[in-house]
Design a protein around this ligand. Structure first.
Ligand SMILES: Cc1ncc(COP(=O)(O)O)c(C=O)c1O
Length: 469
């Protein structure tokens, strides 16, 4: 083994990159610009070809060499998921300001764990309060940044689990989930991430009790939910209400559900991963009426706020319980939890990226109005595609377009939607994801990108016409 040395010069490749940093970053910027300007021309997605890992480079090739290797080996196989016709899952792009914020996040490389060395955690507080205002949540809701809606659901449900403990006179954070006994989590059409969160939280996926939904809908039947709560005989529970289901973007009646707390004890968590953005469209804001009544709320940012992956926010009224769950109080150097806890005491991570910067940048750059325009345009475009598909022979809408997703199938042979999804991907023109809705194989086209225009919808409609059976 070579002896440890501190007198040697920096490794030559590192020293070289440091000396040429401005020039190398200019080249990186130019490369990124070429990628962004080519978004419209590259295949929107492609059927992936598995690449096996190569051995670890012993010597390395410096930043320029790494960039060349990346361009040659990887970039060409990546999807144009930042572009306007990537309509799979619920995928936002990255506004210019959000992207710039993301770059600067890396350049500044802050760890917002605690307030001992910088104002970085305060930027997160400011961005969280802007988001609270954007969604019209009351001041009692305080937001914390996490990496995605799954983590936001996890954090919200963790606070709910602690609330259950409080009702039983125990602390789950101290005694463990077993001390609670069986827990019921009632929900009409929960997102799959809720099951994952419950698995992680030790409550178990089987804690979910599916409450009946309204006929032909994914929204919960509030009267049936009330009956299910009644059946718990006063035992505290968790209700996960949905503001924007992933297939048909259906909304539970949040105000009516919240009102049930007058008669039944439950923690109300709302998964508003992308549905919260309905608040920005006057014609759709009623869908999230009552959101502020929730005890915890999940909102994703890499979906409709159009910040690059990853980012989401978790709001709750009970920051005291949140800190009880996530407190990292055993490390003296991080300081006490106190009344205004640092981020390290509020989320699963200790050290992490300063996640709020892209959100801060895009909100500072375009404000409420800029983001409302994206939301209204995406909704209008989803409606337009819905109209086009309804008029196309061979296709059938499976639900009305309530917000930003078109859920449809092949009229005669729904079982062949898998082939259609493949053909769409192979065309390179667009990307849509398959699903199953009410037992029927289907496709979803989700609009949440800031770049999408009417011309993109017409291209997708033409593609579907061409691929119609
Ligand atoms: C309603 C809802 N909740 C949660 C999630 C999970 O989001 P993420 O993949 O960002 O963790 C999604 C993702 O599509 C969603 O639509």
């Amino acid at each position: 083994m070579p002896p440890l040395s501190y007198g040697d010069p920096m490794h030559p490749l590192l020293g070289d990159d440091l000396a040429r940093l401005p020039e190398l970053l200019d080249e990186t910027r130019a490369y990124a610009v070429r990628i962004l300007q080519g978004l419209d021309d590259r295949p929107v997605a492609q059927l992936p070809v598995r690449r096996e890992p190569t051995p670890l480079p012993a010597e390395g090739s410096g930043l320029k060499g790494a960039m060349e290797a990346f361009a040659e080996r990887w970039e060409a196989g990546f999807a144009a998921s930042a572009g306007p016709r990537y309509l799979g899952f619920v995928t936002g792009g990255s506004t210019p300001a959000a992207l710039a914020g993301d770059w600067l996040t890396g350049a500044l490389d802050q760890n917002p764990t605690s307030r001992v060395d910088s104002t970085a955690p305060d930027l997160e507080r400011e961005a969280a309060s802007w988001l609270r205002e954007l969604f019209g949540l009351p001041a009692e809701h305080q937001g914390t940044f996490v990496s995605g809606a799954t983590m936001s659901n996890l954090a919200g449900l963790a606070v709910g689990r602690e609330w259950l403990g409080e009702r039983h006179g125990i602390s789950v954070a101290e005694q463990g989930a077993a001390a609670l006994g069986p827990v019921s989590v009632l929900s009409g059409t929960p997102h799959s991430s809720v099951g994952k969160a419950l698995s992680l939280l030790g409550l178990g996926r089987s804690a979910i009790r599916r409450a009946d939904t309204l006929p032909g809908r994914e929204a919960v039947d509030v009267a049936r939910l009330a009956e299910a709560l009644e059946g718990l005989g006063g035992r505290p529970a968790i209700v996960v209400a949905n503001a924007g289901t992933v297939n048909t973007v259906d909304f539970d009646d949040l105000r009516a559900i919240a009102a049930l707390r007058e008669r039944h004890p439950f923690w109300l968590h709302v998964d508003a991963a992308f549905g919260a953005f309905a608040a920005l469209s006057p014609a759709h804001a009623h869908l999230v009426d009552g959101l502020g009544e929730a005890d915890s709320v999940c909102v994703d940012l890499h979906k409709w706020l159009n910040v690059p992956y990853s980012g989401a926010v978790q709001f709750t009224r009970r920051r005291d319980l949140q800190a009880r769950v996530f407190a990292n109080s055993a490390a003296a150097y991080l300081g006490p939890v106190g009344d205004d806890p640092d981020p390290v005491h509020l989320t699963p991570e200790n050290s992490r990226r300063l996640l709020a910067v892209p959100a801060w940048f895009t909100l500072a750059a375009y404000g409420r109005e800029g983001h409302a325009e994206i939301v209204r345009r995406d909704i209008a475009l989803a409606e337009l595609l819905g109209e086009r598909i309804a008029a196309l022979p061979g296709y059938r809408l499976l639900a009305p377009v309530r917000l930003n997703v078109v859920c449809f199938t092949l009229a005669e042979a729904p079982e062949r939607t898998g082939d259609l999804v493949t053909a769409i991907t192979e065309s390179g023109e667009a990307f849509l994801t398959p699903t199953v809705y009410d037992g029927v194989p289907a496709l979803r086209a989700a609009f949440s990108n800031w770049r999408t225009t009417e011309a993109d919808v017409e291209r997708v409609a033409k593609l579907l016409e061409r691929l119609a059976p």
